[in-house]
Design a protein around this ligand. Sequence first.
Ligand code: PLP
Length: 424
Amino acid sequence: MPLINEHYLKLAGGYLFPEIDRRVQAYVHDHPESAAHVIRCGIGDVTEPLPLAVREAMHKAVDEMGVRETFKGYGPPFGHEFIRKAIAKNDFQDYGLDVEADEIFLSDGSKGDCGAVLDILANDGANRIGITDPVYPVYVDTNVMVGNTGPAKEGGGYEELVYLPCIAEHNFVPEIPKQSLDVIYLCYPNNPTGSMITRDQLTAWVRYALANNAVILYDVAYQAFLRDPSGELPRSIYEIHGANRCAMEFHSFSKDGGFTGLRCGYTVCPKELKGRRSDGEEVSMHRLWSRRWSTKSNGVSYIVQRAAEAMYSEAGKEQVRALIDFYLGNAAILREGCEAMGLEVYGGINAPYVWVGCPDGVDSWGMFDRMLEQANVVVTPGSGFGRCGEGYFRISAFNSRENVEEVVRRMKAMADQGEPLHTS
Ligand code: PLP
């Protein structure tokens, strides 16, 4: 029998969403009459169909694949030039940022990239890893799998990871640590809190990373939700001077183009970004990342690459904007509904997530159960995202307008019946 990777056995309690699913299934099993009534505002999956421009591009690409002259076999492992150029221009150069097409690496989505990046870093605890708390659980679990943590701790979290608390008083942005870290995960607009980092705060993190020879893994899966007319909030970490020497950026087409089922995303790995060997010699991370892709992948399907490209057409941009406006409209309804009930509410302005303080005396899973049982609404318990998420729950705005309005109505009915929805 082969020896297994025992780090997997450290993973505590399974991944958050399977546990939510298990509880929902158990509830529906015991209350079959409620099955059709349950509204899922838990997992961050989009609900609206793909934009027309994306569908048209795929139809065309399918037809190209059916003709010998335009058929495409294996493509470059990092993505065809047409999409890498479209990304570099539309997401960076048009904003005055110096990111080139050969620094873009196309993938089947950003979840995989968040784990794959550990391929080019030393693992088994060789790097000190800083992870925000609460956090998108994938960063944590992928580090557990490669041996960057000790065992799970009583009460949550893992030994040896450095948790960076994100609390309401600091708008859910972690303070700069006193100790030196090698790898830092940041995500803004943030999942799960829906909060946004300011330019000054991100500048402080870039300075810290440069001073400590650290790399920031900056996840902008929710970039499209950032609606900041003042231009004060940073869309990309590369807006910050020096970030090309200390940051990789992770992008997803899942939440803006609705690609959760289609699958596409990309990373930016700047050519100036360096890591070091154990003897101290500097090595280009771009070189290693390129090598990693060409060895482990044959890239994204041609049809999907054309679909992603279509998001940057004039029609595509307009349709994507309309999609995001729709979800932000949902988020506003959820926000206002929760506020009107006297709940403590964050997020939902530059993000599709509304982060809500549990009423007095109820913990996150308690609130999850209460929402499921009393309102038949599935939310995500904040504690599932980390210890600092305890006392909160997350409501996702990815839903139909009808469902979102119904969620607010049901929560209000709960409050009217005296369920402790009010904080005071
Ligand atoms: N990063 C964050 C913060 C996310 O919330 C998600 C998905 O929910 C992802 C990455 C994964 O996105 P993708 O669908 O591109 O794998």
